[in-house]
Design a binder for this molecule. Structure first.
Ligand SMILES: C[S@@+](CC[C@H](N)C(=O)[O-])C[C@H]1O[C@@H](n2cnc3c(N)ncnc32)[C@H](O)[C@@H]1O
Length: 269
């Protein structure tokens, strides 16, 4: 079988299993399995594959066919300028979260050596990207999941970034003050869990399930800026909560798809 035969077979297989973007996924998986650039799948399309190459590709394509997230199948994922290791210990970083980092960088303009906390860091995405793009920052990243933090630690090490990692509930035990607290807390309600895409069933439930973390954080993060990624349907409510809790300059920002996804406010003591 040639590379093109295997690629087309993988596209048909993933299509039949309801994968959203079967060709892109098949290309990325095959390129990874064969150690090629995506373009080389086409420049080498008529090259026969060895048994070992086919077995490697088949194993990864089958995993994606079970609707395991592409990022877990590939084992890494790009987030802003970093490549992060991704596996079932933590949520796959989403593109909209890159905009959260953008907002934080904007709010921190003019603050030298800012003290930042990323609450619920998962892979480390937000905290590590902030440290990477603001090397003068002191970044602390927390998570209630020791598994998630072990992955964040591997990502910090692999990217040569010095951040403090703490297993705790939200901000418990952290000594402020901080210039900015940022979080992408879980925001799927219990009654919404079953209707989620099959890929989300592979991600840790504590990364998804809303247990009131957003409301608790608004009550406890009374330092500098608070930047929250939120469910698009809750922007007005969360902005109202920030205002009622005494935060000033409350602003809602949109993601690249035009959805209200970020709420920020400033605590002035
Ligand atoms: C939606 S995920 C976000 C992960 C990462 N920040 C990102 O944006 O990709 C939420 C994270 O919050 C963590 N988490 C949930 N409840 C928490 C709590 N009470 N205290 C600290 N972390 C919590 C989860 O373990 C998970 O890693």
């Amino acid at each position: 079988m040639t590379l093109a035969d295997v690629l087309n077979g993988a596209v048909d297989y993933l299509t039949a299993r309801g994968v959203d973007s079967p060709r892109v996924d098949a290309e990325l998986i095959l390129a990874r399995a064969l150690g090629l650039q995506r373009i080389e799948l086409y420049t080498q399309h008529d090259r026969p594959l060895t048994d070992a190459e086919r077995a490697e590709a088949r194993g990864l394509v089958r995993r994606r066919g079970t609707r395991e997230p592409l990022a877990y199948v590939l084992g890494d994922w790009d987030f802003r300028r970093l490549t992060l290791k991704t596996d079932t210990r933590a949520l796959v970083p989403r593109p909209e979260t890159e905009i959260v980092v953008e907002r934080c960088l904007k709010l921190l303009q003019g603050t030298a050596e800012p003290r930042i906390v990323d609450v619920g860091t998962g892979t480390g995405a937000i905290g590590l990207a902030l440290k990477h793009e603001r090397p003068d920052a002191h970044v602390t990243a927390t998570d209630c999941s020791a598994d998630a933090l072990s992955l964040a630690k591997e990502n910090a090490h692999a990217n040569g970034l010095d951040v403090e990692l703490v297993v705790t509930d939200l901000l418990d035990g952290l000594a402020g003050p901080f210039d900015l607290v940022v979080s992408n807390p879980p925001y799927v309600r219990a009654d919404e869990m079953e209707a989620l895409a099959p890929e989300l069933a592979h991600e840790p439930v504590e990364a998804l399930l809303d247990r009131g973390q957003t409301e608790r954080l608004i009550e406890t993060a009374r330092f500098g800026w608070l930047v929250l990624e939120i469910h698009e349907m809750r922007a007005v409510e969360i902005a109202g909560r920030l205002g009622a809790a005494g935060y000033e300059d409350v602003t809602v920002s949109k993601d690249l798809a035009g959805r209200d996804r970020i709420v920020e406010g400033r605590w002035i003591p």
